[in-house]
Design a protein around this ligand. Structure first.
Ligand code: BGC
Length: 422
């Protein structure tokens, strides 16, 4: 079924691409559509949105997913599993359920939200004093700092929690260790660093580790492959990358889908609509001429901040079979646009890190599912994960492109890109 679909699509594309000569328009670079994606322009210390970047011109948007809803869902998924699995989870029988936490990037709002969501759900959260918080109402109030090691429970950025399992057993919950997984050259969400961390942690206090929680699947799978699979320690990630979903059959405990198909489609779709002077909701909230549309339960749009957010879903042993191919296109929005309505245009798009698992294994193939059906010729650039200039230097001739899709190394750095478009 999928194969037939791709063949038809490939044939349609071959026809359409040959017929058209692409020419960059004479629109000023500063007026061309911009889609920020995956890293929301914002202050990496406070999380405050960078409205200058989000309203750079009237055709600027951000596409991401609901970080808070996803983070709460991850926390809930972990707690449900723990409660249902009983006291056998406490591997050394010391009455303390110990977990380690792999943090992606302490300045990235998705990562911060996930750390907060896990801590709040597991009862280890403390109010974020750096924001002047004295109590915890929502996950936004939770301290998200890494703690290093905390085998004795003395860390101040977390506290010992407690959990009552479905069988009535009460266990103390302790965050034994957490660390930002940043490599020596500065790349964040770094899977090999997570593999090294678990080697260190397990050598020092392996019998105390009962659960592994990770801000993403890249790091989660590194830990699973290096240690937790062999030791039967429940491991949870985020992103629903294909390899992580497949590993659920083999003991990986769960992940969260951030609906990369929806995000990839939206990233290109907002550019397409802006280029066509179409209503921004065309093919999103309302069907386009080809019948593409997103159902309401998949996304929402915050008009004031010009941000589109995909919603998240939990992927566990109960439902993983339908998530096995994270790169499959979604038939509800895979219909070829006509070149009469949507003439071929050129887009410059960067991925901040050529080794980021989620962006390269899931998001990029999804972008490639939708670029040609939208008649967008996309030049994909990949960065090294830490040097913004390594990417911006490759935007030397913005005049050659009609629109831009930008994934920054650091959420504070939007101006490094817009400077190129002045
Ligand atoms: C993903 C991570 C990824 C990061 C990159 C997040 O939304 O969940 O896996 O490493 O984006 O910016």
């Amino acid at each position: 079924m999928r194969k037939a679909f791709s063949i038809v699509m490939a044939a349609a594309l071959a026809g359409s691409m040959m017929a058209v000569t692409v020419s960059a328009s004479d629109v000023a670079n500063a007026d061309k559509p911009v889609a920020w994606f995956n890293r929301q322009p914002s202050n990496s210390q406070t999380g405050e949105l960078d409205m200058d970047a989000l309203t750079w011109n009237e055709d600027t948007y951000y596409v991401g997913f609901d970080a808070k809803q996803g983070a709460e869902l991850q926390g809930e998924m972990i707690v449900d599993y723990v409660k249902a699995h009983g006291a056998e989870l406490d591997r050394n029988g010391d009455g303390v359920l110990g977990y380690v936490l792999c943090i992606g990037d302490i300045g990235h709002n998705d990562s911060i939200a996930r750390t907060r969501g896990a801590r709040k759900a597991l009862g280890t959260a403390v109010p974020d004093s750096s924001q002047g918080k004295e109590s915890i109402e929502t996950i936004d109030d939770v301290d998200s700092q890494p703690i290093g090691t905390n085998t004795d429970g003395s860390a101040t950025d977390v506290q010992d929690g407690s959990i009552t399992l479905d069988d009535g057993t009460e266990l103390v919950v302790r965050e034994l260790a957490s660390q930002e997984m940043k490599n020596n050259s500065g790349a964040t969400w770094d899977a090999p660093t997570a593999g090294n961390a678990i080697a260190t942690w397990s050598a020092a206090f392996g019998d105390q580790i009962d659960i592994v929680v990770s801000n993403n699947d890249g790091m989660g799978m590194a830990v699973f492959n290096a240690w937790s699979h062999e030791n039967n320690v429940p491991t949870f990630g985020y992103d629903a990358n294909s390899d992580a979903v497949a590993a659920i059959a083999d003991g990986y405990c769960g992940t969260i889908s951030q609906n990369a198909d929806v995000q990839a489609y939206l990233t290109l779709r907002v550019l397409r609509n802006a280029l066509d002077d179409a209503d921004i909701m065309t093919g999103i909230g309302t069907p386009d001429a080809a019948g593409n549309v997103l159902s309401e339960d998949l996304f929402y749009y915050d008009e004031e901040t010009r941000c589109f957010y995909a919603l998240n879903g939990a992927v566990t042993a109960d439902n993983y079979e339908s998530f096995l191919d994270a790169t499959a296109p979604n038939a509800a929005f895979s219909n070829q646009l006509s070149e009469d309505d949507a003439p071929v245009k050129k887009v410059w798009l960067d991925i901040f890190n050529s080794t980021d698992n989620f962006l390269n294994a899931t998001y990029l193939p999804q972008l490639q599912n939708y670029d040609k059906i939208m008649n967008l010729e996309v030049e994909y650039i990949k960065g090294d994960g830490q040097t913004e200039a390594n990417i911006t230097d490759r935007l030397a001739n913005p005049g050659e492109y009609d629109a831009f899709a930008i994934n920054m190394c650091k959420t504070d750095n939007a101006a490094a890109y817009t400077a190129k478009l002045q």
